[in-house]
Design a protein around this ligand. Structure first.
Ligand code: SAM
Length: 272
């Protein structure tokens, strides 16, 4: 029964992607299998750990990220940019992109922001992006430790964006980054983060999704003073675009201004 359901899930998923896309995904899976074989003695393979995410340092990046395509890709990509980036990146804003990889979303963010900061744990990604965007004067790229953004000062960022990266980060890493976002955001600053939603077993395995879920992400965010404004898996005109193939979710969070609340309370008691 279980096998039959897994098989029909697999057929459905395969039908949802076009054959070219599947070929690219399979290429990626082959690279992953080879890497896993070489590293099998070193790492726990059950979940996408920090160490396993070093995989992206030697990944081939056949289309610099555009290979992870939902269908039809150009419409899907435009809907994503228009729904989550355009309205959230103001002219004078400072933006952090967490884990840009080869910079798939960097043009859309950096052409709108006053300053763009990209932080990735893999050196080859930082190196590639520095070269690819060397013509832009408002961008900078940093390699981090996979857990923090210590190079960014507190209360300086207006918007944090991350796509296709938190889906591979385990709970402790995700929780640590959410704490960092709460530290670096200005009061009222926003984050849009793509992460695992409610993937089934096959989606989690096939999409190499971590154990994070929609509700777990929300409670971790709230724990750091980041209010959950929305959690969606569909967007765009008539909800035509989605991230259902792998059971993912996009959360929009807002940094709650604790300092303002404290000030109001003190004033209130002083006046009464
Ligand atoms: C699937 S790629 C996505 C790249 C890009 N965001 C995109 O949409 O094309 C995942 C990226 O996450 C980065 N990454 C994975 N774990 C990370 C961590 N703990 N801290 C920072 N970057 C990480 C990888 O180096 C890689 O660039």
């Amino acid at each position: 029964m279980h096998t039959a359901r897994a098989l029909s899930d697999r057929i459905r998923l395969e039908l949802m992607a076009d054959s070219q896309q599947l070929a690219i995904l399979r290429q990626g899976a082959d690279v992953w299998k080879r890497w896993r074989k070489a590293n099998v003695a070193r790492v726990d393979l059950s979940m996408p750990t920090l160490e396993q995410n070093l995989f992206w340092d030697t990944y081939a990046w056949p289309r610099d990220g555009d290979e992870w395509a939902e269908h039809p890709y150009q419409v899907w990509k435009r809907d994503l940019v228009e729904s989550f980036i355009v309205g959230n990146v103001g002219e004078g804003s400072i933006v952090l992109e967490m884990s840009p990889g080869h910079g798939r979303w960097t043009p859309f963010l950096s052409e709108r922001a006053k300053r763009y900061i990209g932080v990735d744990m893999n050196k080859s990604c930082t190196k590639f992006c520095r070269k690819r965007f060397s013509h832009r004067s408002n961008v900078e790229f940093h390699t981090n430790d996979g857990r923090s953004v210590a190079m960014i000062a507190a209360g300086t960022i207006h918007f944090v964006w991350s796509f296709d990266s938190f889906v591979h980060m385990e709970c402790d890493v995700t929780d640590g980054y959410l704490g960092e976002f709460a530290r670096i955001l200005v009061p009222g600053g926003l984050c849009c983060i793509h992460h695992p939603g409610t993937p089934n077993e096959l989606q989690r395995k096939r999409g190499w999704r971590s154990a994070v879920s929609t509700s777990l992400f929300a409670s971790m965010a709230e724990g750091h003073g980041l209010r959950v404004l929305s959690q969606v898996d569909t967007w765009g005109p008539n909800n035509r675009s989605n991230t259902k193939l792998a059971g993912d979710c996009i959360s929009t969070l807002e940094k709650v201004s604790r300092a303002v609340t404290a000030e109001v309370t003190e004033d209130f008691w002083a006046e009464t």
